[in-house]
Design a protein around this ligand. Structure first.
Ligand SMILES: C[S@@+](CC[C@H](N)C(=O)[O-])C[C@H]1O[C@@H](n2cnc3c(N)ncnc32)[C@H](O)[C@@H]1O
Length: 311
């Protein structure tokens, strides 16, 4: 059984694409590099670092952020190996990277823009990460960056080797803060209001607005812990609050509209058509301009790195 894709990013490398408009998500990966290295050094057993080391990125999109995530992990593994064995990792370890996303994801752009000089072999793994997409125990470290909020459960653990690590990065809510009180929540409300405005203007049908729902879910920090603990297959080794200068979207109406379009645009287009989607984001920019002080007074969200070790 496969789950039909309900959310993909705008592909290609054009001005509306996720590839070009995902620097907000990339900033977390860059800020978390030191913590990722530390997590690998502390929690990954040296025994697991042998001649073939496999890394899987779940929800990789079309790049380039996945390349940053993967390189952070490779650098961490190599550093640990070099320090603890005194040997050169390049002589002894070959890396394999498994890039997973829905089959409709733009894998062409991903593979055409692989970093030159990379020290890994690449393979695409199409399909929902809630189904089994890999054989049992086929990777040593998995990463999921800005893809965990697509649900309130965590994917299966069988594909990871025992003792292997899952690194989850993304945004959540601080305990006690409502989504609608954060800048992201306010912009998401603008999107809903814009679609309703377009229905009132007769640009789209009200029935389409009424049947539109997203699978996206930003949990509170405590709720995330609970979801993972209830799963029972992982130990939470770290739950880091990554505070960095680009932790929130720049509160510029144009940038907000472009960034949210890259993230939500393909999904909204699939339901309403591309013209309605574009008009909706013009209205989002307008609303953000009108209510800029509300955005400035919003409560901050939280950017996290969660380190899980498979039991
Ligand atoms: C916001 S993008 C994040 C991309 C990249 N990891 C980053 O950090 O920029 C989320 C990605 O997760 C993918 N995704 C969401 N749910 C998924 C699922 N169940 N299985 C596979 N991929 C999924 C989407 O298609 C999308 O490409």
């Amino acid at each position: 059984m496969t789950t039909p894709p309900d959310w993909i990013m705008i592909g290609g490398e054009g001005p509306e694409s996720y590839n070009q408009q995902s620097s907000y998500q990339r900033a977390l990966l860059e800020a978390a590099k030191g913590k990722m290295t530390e997590a690998i050094s502390t929690n990954l057993s040296l025994d697991l670092i042998s001649n073939r080391f496999s890394i899987a990125d779940f929800g990789c999109a079309s790049g380039p952020n996945t390349f940053v995530a993967v390189q952070n992990i490779i650098d961490g593994v190599e550093e640990k190996y070099r320090r603890e064995t005194g040997q050169n990792p390049e002589d002894n370890i070959e890396f394999q990277v498994l890039f997973n996303d829905f089959s409709l994801n733009d894998f062409n752009t991903l593979f055409q823009t692989l970093p030159p000089g990379r020290r890994y072999y690449s393979a695409g793994v199409p399909g929902s990460f809630f189904d089994r997409v890999l054989p049992k125990q086929s990777f040593h470290i998995g990463v999921m960056s800005y893809a965990f909020h697509f649900t309130s459960k965590i994917p299966k653990a069988e594909e990871l080797v025992p003792g292997g690590l899952m690194l989850l990065l993304g945004s959540c809510l601080r305990d006690g803060v409502k989504m609608s009180e954060t800048p992201k929540g306010i912009v998401m409300d603008f999107i809903g209001e814009s679609l309703s405005d377009l229905a009132q203007q007769g640009v789209t049908e009200q029935a389409k607005v009424d049947t539109f729902k997203t699978s996206i879910y930003f949990a509170e920090q405590g709720e995330m812990r609970q979801i993972i603990e209830e799963n029972g297959k992982f130990t939470i080794e770290a739950f880091e609050d990554i505070i960095h200068a680009n932790g929130e979207f720049p509160l510029d109406p144009k940038i907000l509209a472009i960034s949210f379009k890259a993230f939500y645009g393909a999904f909204i287009s699939a339901h309403f058509g591309v013209e309605v989607m574009r008009k909706a984001f013009e209205l989002v920019e307008f609303k953000a301009r009108e209510e800029i002080s509300r955005l400035h007074n919003a409560k901050p969200g939280m950017q996290y790195l969660i380190v899980l070790r498979k039991n």
